[in-house]
Design a protein around this ligand. Structure first.
Ligand SMILES: [Fe+2]
Ligand SMILES: [Fe+2]
Length: 230
């Protein structure tokens, strides 16, 4: 069975993420490269562990988190589908077996990873497995200053996504298993945005996080500048 470490170092996966970074940069989007992939995989693995998934479930969550955006280099609007299909293509060659004759992933694991990659940006889809729910929260919780590439003041004035990401100086995700809470804490520098602007663009994402947490049997809490908003 393949491990996260092997997927993470696969030359095609790495190149697709590199190309995604270049494509997103050309489109003027926030950062979607290795930093984002690493952070989402770390948060996915942490959540899987905290909510009590098996060791293998934790690996699968990290893998889905790492690969969720790698389809962006083939086009933004359907990147979730491209990503899932690319994942299948990369890891199902030779019938999905390693050179030693071992299976890369079980069919169920493969289906869950593919679903998680599609689900992360398909808000109309019903969640049907915990890996998908975990990747949604890990992905949507990445709001951070370091995702803004063009730091010119003009760009910050005109692009609300850049402005909100730039204003977020800290974001932290925690799971409280006893209280059944998944808590996202964000610090927003109000010099750059009023908190209402955050909601203008993140309401949909936070609603999706709430649905994902519900699926896991948890409550989603959002704390901004020490105020509990959800
Ligand atoms: Fe995405
Ligand atoms: Fe993402």
């Amino acid at each position: 069975m393949l491990k996260f470490k092997e997927v993470k170092n696969h030359p095609q996966v790495l190149e697709f993420i590199r190309q995604t970074e270049i494509s997103m940069d050309a489109l003027g989007y926030t950062e979607h490269g290795l930093r984002h992939a690493n952070l989402v995989s770390r948060r996915a693995q942490m959540m899987a562990k905290e909510i009590g998934l098996s060791k293998r479930g934790q690996e699968i969550s990290a893998i889905a988190g790492f690969c969720h955006d790698m389809g962006n280099f083939l086009g933004r609007s359907r990147h979730h589908y491209w990503g899932a299909l690319l994942f299948h293509q990369i890891f199902s060659t030779k019938g999905g077996f390693t050179s030693g004759g071992e299976e890369n992933f079980s069919s169920k694991e493969l289906s869950h990873i593919m679903q998680a990659i599609v689900n992360h940006d398909k808000y109309t889809m019903k969640l049907t497995n915990p890996i998908s729910a975990i990747v949604v929260i890990a992905d949507k919780s990445d709001v951070n200053r370091s995702r803004v590439r063009d730091l010119s003041k003009n760009e910050l004035k005109t692009d609300i996504h850049d402005r909100v990401n730039y204003a977020a100086t800290k974001s932290d995700l925690k799971v409280n298993r006893q209280k059944k809470q998944i808590i996202l804490t964000i610090k927003i520098d109000r010099k750059y945005v009023p908190i209402m602007e955050y909601f203008e663009i993140f309401t949909e994402r936070m609603t999706y996080c709430r649905q994902a947490a519900d699926f896991l049997g948890y409550k989603f809490n959002l704390i901004i500048n020490n105020f509990k908003l959800l």
